[in-house]
Design a protein around this ligand. Sequence first.
Ligand code: TEU
Ligand code: CA
Length: 549
Amino acid sequence: MTRTWWKEAVIYQIYPRSFMDSNGDGIGDLPGIISRLDYLAHLGVDVLWLSPIFQSPNDDNGYDISDYEAIMAEFGTMADFERLLAEAHKRGLKVLLDIVVNHSSDEHPWFRQSRSSKDNPLRDFYFWQPAPPNNWKSFFGGSAWQHDPATGAYYLHLFSRKQPDLNWENPRLRREIYRMMRFWLDKGVDGFRLDVIPLISKRTDWPDAYEDDFLRTVYEIYANGPRVHEYLQEMHREVFARYDMMALGEGIGVTPANCLDYVGEDRRELHVLYHFDHMFLNFGAGGRFDPVPWKLTDFKAVFRRWDEAIGEEGWINIVLDNHDFPRMVSRFGNDGPWREASAKLLATLLLTMRGTPCIYQGSELGMTNARWHRLDELRDIEARNAWAEWQANGRNDVQAFLEAASVNGRDNARTPMQWTDAPHAGFTTGMPWIKVNENYPEVNARKAMADADSVFHYYRHLMALRKAHPTLIYGSYRPLREDDEQLFAYERRDADGRYLVLLNFGEAEYPVEGLVPAEHRWLIGNYAMPTTADEPLRPWEARVLELDA
Ligand code: TEU
Ligand code: CA
């Protein structure tokens, strides 16, 4: 197991649109991020992952790119970006760009040319069919095949109609992508987060999808296509191998069975990936807007399956929330009376699990889901399309939809970062593009930084602990009491140390008899150090103990 910076780093994901607005237009921007770099350095993270900052019509908030080598006008200029990169590097912060190469925007010049005529030289940069060859559905609802009047043909889009899939079968397209990647790495960017990268190889025999099981279709048909590893090995040769960089794949559709095909050190493809198995646990048959209960034993089993699969051969990114999922404290914790305790407990899981942790903006404050009271408050295309689909299926219960959106909608993670108790939480002096969570007077960075016992400072202490005890990075992972529905407990161990992590996922006290060896030292926790060795775990209590090796 080689030791590298990207295994030891803690990543912080910024959703630029909602992070900090510098010019009062209500939209976050690059100068806004620059103004908050000292905050991020103080927090103690190492790598910034910026969600897409490239030119885009923002149909899917930047995940629909119309110019891969220009900065989105609303976010600023290339000069702003170069200043951000220099200022970040000055503070020892690395920067990953989020690039979306499975699809472009339909406003990209490539697509404008491709759709213009059947014999345009760029026609085969995308997938065109005379008629839909199968029943594929988009992640955002409706058919994945869109009729285009200009040539009377249909093009493929696994996401929105404005996100046509790029045709990776075409070597000229691939060469263009690799050149673009080198353009950014030559500027000093430290790596990429590669959006839905397991989807880039299509099954061009166009087999039918599973009508009533979208996730199975994603795992078995959309992802892990016949040439995906050929493309990634070529990408590694043409791009990654030439730089000291991090290639972090969004591993939609990857399983414990095939993860090493993507991140095995000998594969020379990706360095790290994150997976979705625990993130989809509460998606019912109807997907995100059909939330179902989840069990802690299933949640724990995901971590064990993935740790066993990755073993000593590969590496993964540990994620508990991001811009595509509800806030972790609302989803896996308790955003009521135990908000701070459970936010710290989840931070303990995130930062003592084996893998590179990723903190999503605002998680360090214990930010929560918002309550969505009206449809016109929702901004996410996935939500808007889902509501249209509900109505098309005769479901007009707005309250039920808003309840589902409040539990599982992506907008929950996209409400503005809460900096102070000033209007709009200090995010903007204008009208924010999306509403601010009503709890910003209590939940904000200024208040957290002034409170030694805040979630913010707990994250700082955990990151310092992780750096001081590399066993928490590289040590083995051994789960305990896997069939317990309240306790998440595990050991981390190697030649340099042995640690026990105890996480009480509930309000009831939990006895520690039989769990804690007589010889141990309490290192950190979200309550004061226990007064006796057998003190039961208090509601939502997290404890990290050092044991004799
Ligand atoms: O996400 C892909 C993805 O897996 C999520 O969109 C999720 O599966 C989906 O929301 C199901 O409910 C990436 C980006 O992170 C996301 O923001 C983009 O919308 C998507 O790709 C298309 O680029
Ligand atoms: Ca702005």
